[in-house]
Design a protein around this ligand. Sequence first.
Ligand code: PEP
Length: 260
Amino acid sequence: MQKGKDKIIIGNWKMNPPTLKEAEMLFFNVRQGTSSIKKTEIVICPPFLYLEKLKSASRRNKKISLGAQDAFWEGGGAFTGEISGEMIYNLGTKYVILGHSERRALGETDMMVNKKIKASLAAGLTPILCVGEAARDESHSYFNLVKIQLEECLHGIKKDLISKVILAYEPVWAISSTPNRHDATSGDCREMAIFLRKILSDKFGSDASKMSIIYGGSVNEKDAFEFLKNGGIDGLLAGKASLDAKKFTEIIKICEASSK
Ligand code: PEP
């Protein structure tokens, strides 16, 4: 964690909940539970459909920002089903998750993620770039896989823009939706965070030190403290736990307390 950098907790709701009413209730409960939070940046990434409604609700709690879960690389035109970064930005949304493993599993490549990052930055959004290996092997080739992901996704990004990108290390084997998943440790996270920082500083120089690196992979209210204390990271990305207002609020409070 760099000095002076706010910690950040991001909730990825994925394709949940099924109704706007439930989305508003979940958002309302998180807003209520976090009214005393001062130092932690909170970001909620709901499905696109709910962004506009939740934007009005978030006006009453400036500490909660909204993010989208994807953005297309073209600015507009004949692209059925797609949503541009500019559209997301114009809704008053600040963040966008890009390169999530669940989208990569549907065919998204590093090259596509790279185009999305460039377009999102140009639209004024803060991309949350997800990288992470599917499995770990004894010969440690996963380090190289993550390095390639990172380098391809950030190819051609200008040095002066790199600090706007948040890097989320999400080992796929630890994500709650992965069959036979298992827990990552703060040590697993720390060694990868150190490795990622080295690649970033080799590529982008001192500007890279301004980037936040966060961790995601079944984070919950029981292990959040350990990851924040010993994981070498600036925050957390929670999926499943962000759908439970009590758990998500607890994670945010743990983060707030860990910044003291
Ligand atoms: C995610 O998929 O981004 C994530 C962190 O999910 P979960 O916390 O449910 O593993």
